[in-house]
Design a protein around this ligand. Structure first.
Ligand code: SF4
Length: 206
């Protein structure tokens, strides 16, 4: 989905826990494992209308045990459109194939963060591995008809240089630029933001 902030009716911070520690992350303390209570989550999505868009993020949602059953499945059951925002952690998880099956639902869009910030201080060999991992998902998702895209905190003009010569070069068309993301607390939301402590707000606080 091109711009979550202008399209999502509810953006949900499912957890503050993350598998990464990116410089400049919007979370005050990424890595802290507070998780959103599923009762609170279900009560909030019950206020939405069929066809509304719920965006699920963290931290890293796919770090949560049974994340798909806890957060994605209930929203799908209610007829909502679901955007899963991830750093790609699920691609190496034991249940990857099972998750891919679930993602085949046309009401799901998988948005993977892939940019210089998320590659952080990885060395060249680790970066190559990361691109190969993302390319594996891109190939698997394409084969299965899964809706997906890569999202980069950079301008549209910078993206070709970023992917050139990598395993993701053939998926350049799946990249989307998010140049406005520098200060998340200044981004206007179309809908509401539910944080992992169960608080609703009109902005995403830093
Ligand atoms: S992957 Fe996303 S949530 Fe996790 S530390 Fe990096 S920017 Fe923050």
């Amino acid at each position: 989905m091109e711009n979550i902030y202008q399209n999502a009716d509810l953006i949900v911070q499912t957890t503050k826990g993350c598998t990464m520690d990116c410089k400049g992350c919007y979370l005050a303390k990424p890595g802290k494992s507070t998780e959103l209570d599923t009762e609170t989550y279900r009560a909030e999505i019950a206020k939405l209308q069929k066809g509304n868009v719920v965006a699920l993020r963290g931290g890293e949602i796919t770090k949560i045990n049974n994340w798909f059953a806890k957060f994605v499945a209930p929203a799908i059951k209610m007829g909502l459109m679901v955007v899963i925002e991830s750093n790609g952690h699920f691609i190496e998880a034991n249940n990857y194939n099972e998750v891919l099956e679930g993602m085949k639902n046309p009401a799901i869009d998988v948005n993977i963060s892939c940019d210089k910030i998320h590659l952080g201080n990885k060395n060249p060999a680790q970066k190559e591995e990361e691109f190969a991992k993302m390319a594996r998902f891109a190939s698997d998702a394409t084969e299965r008809g899964i809706n997906f895209g890569f999202y980069a905190l950079m301008s549209t003009e910078e993206i070709p240089d970023f992917v050139e010569g990598t395993a993701l070069a053939e998926y350049l068309g799946k990249f989307h630029a998010l140049p406005f993301y520098a200060d998340i607390s200044q981004v206007s939301l179309h809908g509401k933001y539910l944080n992992c402590e169960g608080r609703i707000s009109d902005k995403i606080p830093r």
